[in-house]
Write a protein that binds this ligand. Structure first.
Ligand SMILES: [Zn+2]
Length: 136
């Protein structure tokens, strides 16, 4: 996949992997912006959504949709938000396209974490709990 570059999404840790399809992976965000912080990523190292071909984007969106369905089924449909950044100038920190899923919180802790740039790795308890949702 990646040849000369070191990319955390190309070399994703097995402990963060939730699901895998032909072209995509669903992983736990190691630096979560709130609860249920997941990422759907293409297997190929492509920076932008516009770089993915039709089969890749279809596969990715279906994986993304299924992840939300699984969270909804197991958690009484918590309010979720999803987004992506198209390029570094929009805040994309890893140049490997990724779709975010996170729990929506009214007083959102998304902005403050982002603003102060204080990234905190996921703790073991949350990691285990999220894994249980996807592989009960
Ligand atoms: Zn990559």
């Amino acid at each position: 996949m990646c040849q000369d570059i070191k990319c955390v999404f190309c070399e994703v840790k097995q402990t963060l992997l939730l699901q895998e399809t032909r072209y995509s992976r669903l992983i736990i965000n190691y630096f979560p912006l709130g609860k249920y912080a997941l990422l759907a990523i293409p297997k190929r190292h492509l920076p932008l959504i516009t770089d993915l071909d039709k089969e890749e984007i279809t596969d990715l969106i279906i994986l993304y949709q299924n992840a939300i369905k699984i969270i909804n089924t197991n958690n009484e449909a918590p309010p979720l938000i999803g987004w992506f950044n198209q390029g570094v100038e929009t805040g994309q920190t890893i140049p490997h396209f990724h779709l975010h899923i996170a729990l929506y919180e009214k007083n959102g802790n998304l902005k403050p974490i982002e603003r102060i740039g204080n990234k905190i790795p996921i703790n073991d308890e949350l990691l285990v709990n999220i894994k249980k949702i996807f592989a009960p």
